[in-house]
Design a protein around this ligand. Sequence first.
Ligand SMILES: Nc1ncnc2c1ncn2[C@@H]1O[C@H](COP(=O)(O)OP(=O)(O)OP(=O)(O)O)[C@@H](O)[C@H]1O
Ligand SMILES: [Mg+2]
Length: 229
Amino acid sequence: MNNPIEVNDLSYQYENNSPVLLKKVNLTVSKGEILAIVGLSGIGKSTLCYCLSGIIPHVYGGVMAGDVLLNGTNTKKMTLPQIATTLGIVFQNPDNQLFSPSVEDEIAFGPENLCVPQGEIKTRINEVLATVGMESFRHAGPHHLSGGQKQLIALASVLSLKPDIIIYDEAMSQIDAAGKVMIKEMLLKLKSEGKTAVMVEHDFDNLDIADRVMMLKNGTLVPYEGALT
Ligand SMILES: Nc1ncnc2c1ncn2[C@@H]1O[C@H](COP(=O)(O)OP(=O)(O)OP(=O)(O)O)[C@@H](O)[C@H]1O
Ligand SMILES: [Mg+2]
C-alpha cells in the first residue's frame, strides 16, 4: 500500500535568484502517523507545507525539483480540487483561509464545491462545529471572531472535507489552553481512525502527541534532538 505522503528529493526556491529553502528533502509519512516539524522562524516550514499540499507548484510558481506523492499519486498530476479530497491544510494565518460571510457558509464552501449533497453538508456542519466547540457561532461573521476562534473555524472548514491527511501549520498559536487540549485530543482521535497529520509547531508543549519530530534546518529534514540550531 502507498504511504499517505512520500517526498522525493524535493528542492524549492520562490524565484530563480531567491534562497533555496528546500534542498533535496526526502520524507515518508506513514498512515496514522502524527509527524511534527519544528525549525527556526523563516526557515521554510510553511513553504514545505505548501509543497505537501500542492499549493506549490499549482498556486505559487517558483523553481521546484523533485516530487510529492499523496497516496502514491504525484501532486503535479492532481488538480487542487482532487488534492482537497485527500489532504486538508490549516494555514498559519486564519485570515488567509476565511472569506465567507458566515461560519456556516465557510464550512459549506469546500463540500459544496465538491458537489456533496445538501443534506450531507448540513450534517457535516453540525459535526465539525461540535468537534471544535463552536456550535453557537454558526451564524457569526468569521472576520468578527477572535484569532483563536478563527483558527477553530479554519480547522472546522478543513475537517468538513473529511481529508485522510491534515497539514496543520502552527494552527493552534492563538487558541487558549483548553482549546489546545481539545484539538490535540481530536488529532489523536483522527489518528485512531487511520488519518495522518503533519503539524508544524513552535510550541513544544504541543509535541507530546507527535509520533516523530523532525527539524527543518539548512533546507533538509533531520531528527529533532532538543535544539533548533
Ligand atoms: N510567496 C513568497 N514569495 C517569496 N518569498 C516567500 C514567500 N513566502 C515566504 N517567502 C520567504 O521564504 C522564507 C521561508 O518562509 P516560510 O514562511 O516558509 O518560513 P517558516 O519557517 O514557515 O517561518 P515562520 O516560523 O515564521 O512561520 C522566508 O524568507 C519568507 O520571507
Ligand atoms: Mg510558517
